[in-house]
Ligand binder design. Structure first.
Ligand SMILES: Nc1ncnc2c1ncn2[C@@H]1O[C@H](COP(=O)(O)OP(=O)(O)O)[C@@H](O)[C@H]1O
Ligand SMILES: [Mg+2]
Length: 385
């Protein structure tokens, strides 16, 4: 017997119509440490099985009334895991094979040899043990999967923190570099009393102060993004504000910012400041794309549109006719700190915009063709649940 099986006394139900066999076999089984019940026919065996629930049944194959095969079938119907050892006579090979097909554990031929019976019993016990282990393993598996998933999430979170810190250091290092350069030129201007240097240094300082302001504003929003302040507002309002803010800057660089506002929009619930910031991020990116003169047409245009798609509260669209992105860039744009703008970019804008839209249960999509332009769309739901 295996270690675990030997700890508990196993019960056996012995079924045979011959009294002598029942007597001899039950003595020999009891000697081996089993608790044995006997039945003289199939029907009694079934009744006893229901009451005693033995772990193993040993049954003669040929019996009047319900025979061994029938009993086996009935027992397996009641409990597919029951171990049934068949006792066969000489020439019962056909029946023996049939019983194995019906999932009998083993068969032993009369006259019963103790060693062969031992082998059959060991087989039954091994199968019981295996089943128990399998059950325990399946139960554990669920716990293991849960634990592994938690470990994976922790690891991912740690990696994200690492990425955030290194991305941030990079962005700050760039700005610090810019500030240092500006200060150097400014100092030169002071020492040499050179107005050109003074102005140049001053412009560099100002630009970098703007960048640090933008970075910290975006980071502040990133931290705050968890709590949106939903209000019932006109969806066109943030577009008007962004346009007012950006038109003069863009015009000074020869870029047209055009707004096309839908007139059939109803007020919906959204966070006007965060949507303002999202649209500003999209327009700023379009502006940046236009400024990078490569692959830009003569007339650079950025269009900011609203519309009312069925089932949605509003759709914002920001399109430009400059630059565009290839598939490789497009795939990464929503990642934290992904930027193709070198020291001028922070790579926070789209990550933040994406997060804000998702928090609104909205959808953000991008279509872009290298050299032709880019179109971002943001759809917000009619109501926040
Ligand atoms: N309208 C656009 N045209 C071309 N590329 C764009 C556009 N909008 C975004 N991108 C790409 O997505 C990247 C990430 O944008 P963003 O998260 O705002 O960071 P940043 O503007 O600081 O680079 C940009 O660096 C750029 O490569
Ligand atoms: Mg940006």
């Amino acid at each position: 017997m295996s270690d675990t099986e030997s700890m508990t006394v196993q019960t056996i139900l012995l079924v045979d119509d011959e009294e002598d066999i029942r007597d001899v076999l039950s003595i020999s089984l009891e000697d081996r440490g089993y608790q044995v019940y006997t039945a003289e026919n199939g029907q009694t065996a079934l009744d006893m099985y229901d009451q005693m629930k033995p772990s193993i049944v040993i049954t003669d194959i040929k019996m009047p009334g319900i025979d061994g095969i029938e009993l086996l079938r009935e027992l397996k119907r009641r409990n597919p895991d029951i171990e049934v050892i068949m006792i066969t006579g000489h020439g019962d090979l056909e029946l023996a094979i049939q019983s194995l097909k019906l999932e009998a554990t083993d068969f032993v031929t009369k006259p019963i040899n103790d060693d062969i019976l031992d082998i059959a019993l060991k087989r039954a016990l091994d199968r019981m043990q295996m089943r128990r282990q399998l059950r325990a393993y399946t139960e554990n598996l669920e716990k293991m999967v849960e634990e592994k998933t938690r470990q994976l999430i922790d690891a991912e979170r740690m990696a994200a923190v690492g990425e955030t810190v290194s991305g941030l250091s990079h962005a700050i290092k760039n700005i610090a570099g810019g500030l240092k350069g500006g200060a150097f030129v400014l100092e030169k201007g002071i020492t040499l009393d050179n107005k050109t240097y003074l102005l140049q240094g001053w412009e560099m300082l100002k630009g970098n102060v703007d960048r640090i302001r933008n970075l910290s504003l975006n980071l502040l929003d990133y931290g705050k993004a968890a709590a949106m302040q939903y209000r019932l507002c006109d969806p066109n309002q943030p577009v008007r504000e962004v346009s007012k803010l950006m038109v003069p800057q863009m015009k000074s660089k020869g870029i047209l910012l055009q707004t096309e506002l839908a007139t059939d929009l109803k007020p919906i619930c959204f966070d006007p400041e965060n949507i303002h910031r999202s649209l500003l991020n999209l327009v700023t990116n379009a502006f940046d794309a236009c400024i990078e003169k490569n692959a830009c047409p003569e007339k650079q245009v950025v269009i900011l549109q609203t519309s009312k798609p069925p089932g949605w509260g509003v759709e914002y669209r920001v399109s430009d006719n400059c630059g565009g992105m290839d598939a490789q860039v497009r795939e990464k744009i929503f990642r934290t700190f992904f930027s193709t703008k070198g020291v001028r970019g922070s790579g926070i804008g789209l990550m933040l915009t994406n997060k804000i839209v998702k928090q609104h249960n909205g959808v953000i999509e991008v279509e872009s063709q290298p050299g032709l332009g880019t179109q971002f769309s943001i759809r917000l739901p009619e109501r926040q649940s």
